[in-house]
Design a protein around this ligand. Structure first.
Ligand code: MOS
Length: 745
C-alpha cells in the first residue's frame, strides 16, 4: 500500500477563501445557538388553539369507547374530534405521505400510537387534560410481530402502493449456486439490526391556519412542497392554496421527509375551529407518529477463491413493515454496487406486522445493510487469513457489478489507501486479542461505505438588484445540512460576488420548487439549480449591456465585472434582474444511482476505527476513527466534514447504543422516551475523528460536480466497529446494537 501514489485531498494544499471549496462557517450557526432561529413549534399567532392527540395504547383491535363528555367538560377544551366526526378521506398515497393509513377513519386500530381523537383547547394544559379524560376502551386482538410474521415479496411496479420499491426487488447475475459449489471459502451468516428512531432535537410540529380558502402552514419538515402536495390531496384543494413555510428544521433524518397524521390533523382542526391550531408532538408521540427504521434480517453468503477473489455475493434481506404499506428497506443496496463479482444475488422481502409504517432513516438501505455485508467481508478475510483492506482492494469494482455501466466518478481506492495510511493500518497484527492498553483489549477494524445518489429535480432563482444586493431563492429548508451556507456559496462562485452580499430566501412554497431535503441530495441538486440560475443571470446582465452598448461594453460576460452591474442597471433604469434556473436529471423528477443515465452514480467511503474493550465490564469505546470519502466535488469542506462526523457518530449509535425494542406481547415500543433509548452523547464520541475527502469532480452527477455527502458518513461505521471488536476480542458481533454481554469475558 505504501508504494501507491498519494491522492489529492480536499484542502490539503490550498483552500479558496470564498466560493466553491471554501470552508466558510455555517451561516445559520449564530441564529441557532442564540435562539434567534424560529422553528415551527414556536409559531403562535393570536387565537391559536392547542391540539393534543389521544393515541391508541394497543396495537390491534377495536376502539369501543371514548369519554368525550368528560373531556369536553374540562375548562378550556373547545372541541373533541373522533372517528365519528371525521370526514372519510383518502386514499392517501405514499409520497408525500409516510403511510396510507389515515387517522380516525374507523374504530379499527392498526398500530400502537394510532390517533383516536384530537382535542382542541385554549391552553396546552387543558388539551393535555382533555385528552387524558378520554380514557379509551378497547376490544383488543392479539397483534402480529416481526418474529411471528412471514416473509413476503413487496409490491412493486404498477401494483398497489409501489412507491417504496425504489429499486428492483430481486436482481441476479451469473451462476450463483455453481460459485458456492467450487469455492475455496464460503461465508454464510445472518445479521440483525433493530428498530431505531430518528429522535430529532426538534420534535415534529405543525401550526395550521386557514385564511379564506388558503391553508397557511408552518411545519417542521424536510419537504415543504411535499407537505403542500399531501395537504392539497386530502383536502381536495389546489396545491397553490397550501402555503408551507419552514426556514429551519431541527433535525429530520427521514422522520420529517414525508407527511404524517399530525400535519393533516392540525389543518383539519384549524378548518373545523376556524382558528389557528398548533399540534406539536411530544417525544413519546414521535416514537409512533412519524416512522422509524425497521428491524431487519440480513442473510449474506459469500463465495471466494483462496486469494480472496469473490466468486459470488448473495445478500437477502427481510424488514418489518405495517399491514397497510410495503415499506422496503433495501438492505442489499450496497451489495448491488460495491464489489466486482461474477455472480450476484440480491433478494428483498418484507414481514408485515401490526405496526405503523417504517420510514427512511439516515442512512436508509445501505446503512443497516452494510453492517451485514461488511461484517461478512471481515469474516471472509479471517477465514482466508488475508488483510481486510487487501480483500476489498482485490475485489474493487471498476464498473457497476450488475450491469457493467461505468461509474460517473469513483475514487474509493484513493480513500481506502489514504485512510489506511493515516490510521497506520499496515501496523495491524493479523490475529485477534493481540493489542492491549493496560487491562483493556484494543482492536482495529475497517469497512467500506457506499451510498446511493438521489438526483431530484430542483429549481432556484437568483436576483440582482440595482443596489448590488443578490438574493438566492429556493423552496428547500435548512435542516443542519448546510444549505443556508452552501447555496449562497455556489452563487458567489458563479457570479464572482462576495458571499456577504448574497442573501438566501428558503423554506417556503412561495419560492421555486425543490425536492425534499433527503437522500443526500440538496447540495448536488439545488446547488446545481442555483448555478444554472446564476449563469443565466450573468447572461441576462450581459445582454442588457449589449442591448445598446452601454459605455462601450463589448457585451461578453467576461467584459463586465460584477462591480459594474449595479451601474448598468441604474443606467437602464432597471431595478432588478431575475433569472430562474433548474436541475433536471434524465428521468426527472427523480433518478437513483444514475439509473436513467449511462453511468452508475454512487458515493463512497472507507472507515477505520480503533475500539477498546474492557472485558471485565463488557464495555467498549471508540478511541479514534479515520474516514475518507469520494463524494464528488466538495462545495464546503467545513460543513461537509461536519455532516460526515455527524454520520460517524450516528453510526456509532447504531453499533453500540440505539435500539427501539418492541414488546412482542403487546406490539408496543417498550420505551418511548430518551431515558429508555440510548443515544450517543458528547462523552461517547472520541475527539480523534479524522475525516477527509478525495479531490474529485463528478461531471455526470450534477452541474456543480457534486454527489451526496449527508448520509454516506453513517454507512460502514457499525461494521468497522463490529470488525474492530472482533479484532480486539475474537468475538463476532452479528446483532446490533452491541450489548455488554456480547463482550464480557
Ligand atoms: Mo434521509 S433518511 O434521506 O431524510
Amino acid at each position: 500500500m505504501s508504494g501507491e501514489t498519494a491522492a489529492p485531498i480536499v484542502g490539503q494544499d490550498h483552500q479558496p477563501a470564498a466560493g466553491i471549496g471554501a470552508p466558510i462557517p455555517r451561516h445559520d450557526g449564530r441564529a441557532k445557538v442564540t435562539g434567534e432561529a424560529k422553528y415551527a413549534g414556536e409559531e403562535m399567532p393570536p387565537g391559536t388553539l392547542h391540539a393534543v392527540v389521544a393515541a391508541s395504547s394497543i396495537a390491534r383491535g377495536r376502539l369501543t369507547g371514548l369519554d368525550t363528555r368528560s373531556a369536553l367538560a374540562m375548562p378550556g377544551v373547545v372541541t373533541v374530534l373522533t372517528h365519528r366526526e371525521m370526514p372519510q378521506l383518502g386514499p392517501a398515497t405514499v409520497l408525500p405521505f409516510g403511510q396510507t393509513q389515515l387517522p380516525m377513519q374507523s374504530p379499527e386500530i392498526h398500530y400502537e400510537g394510532e390517533p383516536l381523537a384530537l382535542v382542541l383547547a385554549e391552553t396546552l394544559e387543558a388539551a393535555v387534560e382533555g385528552a387524558a379524560r378520554l380514557r379509551p376502551t378497547y376490544e383488543p386482538t392479539q397483534s402480529v410481530s416481526f418474529e411471528d410474521g412471514r416473509e413476503v415479496v413487496p409490491r412493486s411496479g404498477s401494483e398497489g402502493n409501489a412507491a417504496f420499491a425504489i429499486m428492483d426487488i430481486d436482481v441476479q447475475k451469473g451462476e450463483v449456486d455453481a460459485a458456492f459449489e467450487n469455492a475455496a471459502a464460503v461465508i454464510d451468516q445472518i445479521y440483525r439490526t433493530p428498530c431505531r428512531h430518528h429522535n430529532t432535537m426538534e420534535p415534529s410540529a405543525t401550526l395550521a391556519e386557514w385564511r379564506g380558502d388558503t391553508l397557511e402552514v408552518h411545519d417542521a419538515t424536510q419537504w415543504t412542497y411535499g407537505v403542500r402536495y399531501g395537504l392539497s390531496a386530502v383536502f381536495g384543494i389546489p396545491p397553490e392554496k397550501v402555503h408551507v413555510r419552514c426556514p429551519y428544521t431541527g433535525g429530520g433524518f427521514g422522520a420529517k421527509g414525508t407527511v404524517w397524521s399530525h400535519q393533516f390533523l392540525a389543518a383539519l382542526g384549524a378548518r373545523i375551529s376556524g382558528r389557528p391550531v398548533k399540534l406539536a408532538l411530544t417525544r413519546a408521540a414521535c416514537f409512533t407518529g412519524c416512522g422509524y427504521q425497521p428491524m431487519m434480517r440480513s442473510h449474506v453468503r459469500l463465495a471466494a477463491d483462496r486469494d480472496g477473489t469473490l466468486r459470488a455475493v448473495v445478500h437477502e434481506t427481510a424488514n418489518l413493515t405495517s399491514q397497510a404499506d410495503d415499506y422496503v428497506e433495501f438492505g442489499n443496496a450496497g451489495a448491488r454496487g460495491l464489489y466486482a463479482t461474477p455472480a450476484l444475488l440480491a433478494r428483498t422481502r418484507i414481514v408485515k406486522a401490526d405496526v405503523s409504517t417504517p420510514t427512511a432513516m439516515r442512512a436508509p438501505h445501505e446503512g443497516p445493510g452494510m453492517f451485514a455485508l461488511e461484517g461478512a467481508m471481515d469474516e471472509l478475510a479471517v477465514a482466508l487469513d488475508v488483510d481486510p483492506l487487501d480483500l476489498r482492494l482485490r475485489n474493487y469494482a471498476e464498473s457497476d457489478p450488475l450491469d457493467g455501466k461505468p461509474f460517473s466518478s469513483k475514487k474509493l481506492r484513493e480513500a481506502y489507501i489514504e485512510a489506511a495510511r493515516r490510521f497506520g493500518w499496515s501496523g495491524r497484527p493479523r490475529t485477534p486479542r493481540a493489542m492491549r492498553d493496560g487491562h483493556k483489549l484494543l482492536g482495529w477494524g475497517m469497512a467500506s461505505a457506499i451510498m446511493g445518489t438521489n438526483r431530484i429535480a430542483a429549481n432556484a432563482r437568483v436576483r440582482f438588484a440595482v443596489d448590488g444586493a443578490v438574493t438566492v431563492e429556493a423552496g428547500c429548508q435548512e435542516i443542519g445540512n448546510g444549505a443556508a451556507t452552501v447555496l449562497p456559496q455556489v452563487a458567489a462562485e458563479v457570479l464572482g460576488i462576495p458571499i456577504e452580499r448574497i442573501t438566501l430566501r428558503r423554506g417556503d412554497t412561495g419560492l421555486p420548487e425543490t425536492g425534499g431535503t433527503f437522500g443526500s441530495s440538496t447540495t448536488m441538486c439545488v446547488g446545481s439549480a442555483v448555478a444554472d440560475a446564476a449563469e443565466k443571470l450573468k447572461a441576462r446582465i450581459a445582454a442588457l449591456t449589449a442591448a445598446n452598448g452601454a459605455n462601450g461594453a463589448s457585451g461578453t460576460e467576461a467584459a463586465i465585472p460584477p462591480e459594474r452591474w449595479g451601474a448598468i442597471l441604474a443606467e437602464r433604469g432597471v431595478a432588478e434582474v431575475v433569472a430562474d434556473g433548474a436541475f433536471a436529471p434524465v428521468g426527472s423528477p427523480w433518478d437513483l444511482n444514475g439509473g436513467q443515465s449511462g453511468y452508475a452514480m454512487l458515493s463512497w467511503g472507507a472507515v477505520f476505527v480503533e475500539m477498546e474493550v474492557d472485558e471485565a465490564l463488557g464495555l467498549a469505546r471508540m478511541r479514534r476513527c479515520v474516514a475518507g470519502y469520494s463524494v464528488g466535488r466538495v462545495v464546503n469542506p467545513r460543513t461537509a466534514r461536519s455532516q460526515v462526523i455527524g454520520g460517524i457518530v450516528w453510526g456509532y449509535g447504531r453499533a453500540m447504543l440505539e435500539e427501539s425494542v418492541i414488546d412482542r406481547r403487546y406490539g408496543r415500543f417498550l420505551s418511548k422516551n430518551l431515558s429508555g433509548v440510548m443515544l450517543p452523547v458528547n462523552a461517547d464520541v472520541p475527539r480523534d475523528i479524522d475525516v477527509f475527502f478525495v479531490d474529485e469532480h463528478d461531471p455526470h452527477a450534477s452541474k456543480i460536480g457534486a454527489r451526496g455527502v449527508g448520509e454516506v458518513g453513517e454507512v460502514g461505521v457499525a461494521a468497522a466497529i463490529a470488525n474492530a471488536l472482533y479484532h480486539a476480542t475474537g468475538r463476532r458481533i452479528r446483532r446490533l446494537p452491541v450489548h455488554a454481554e456480547d463482550l464480557l469475558a
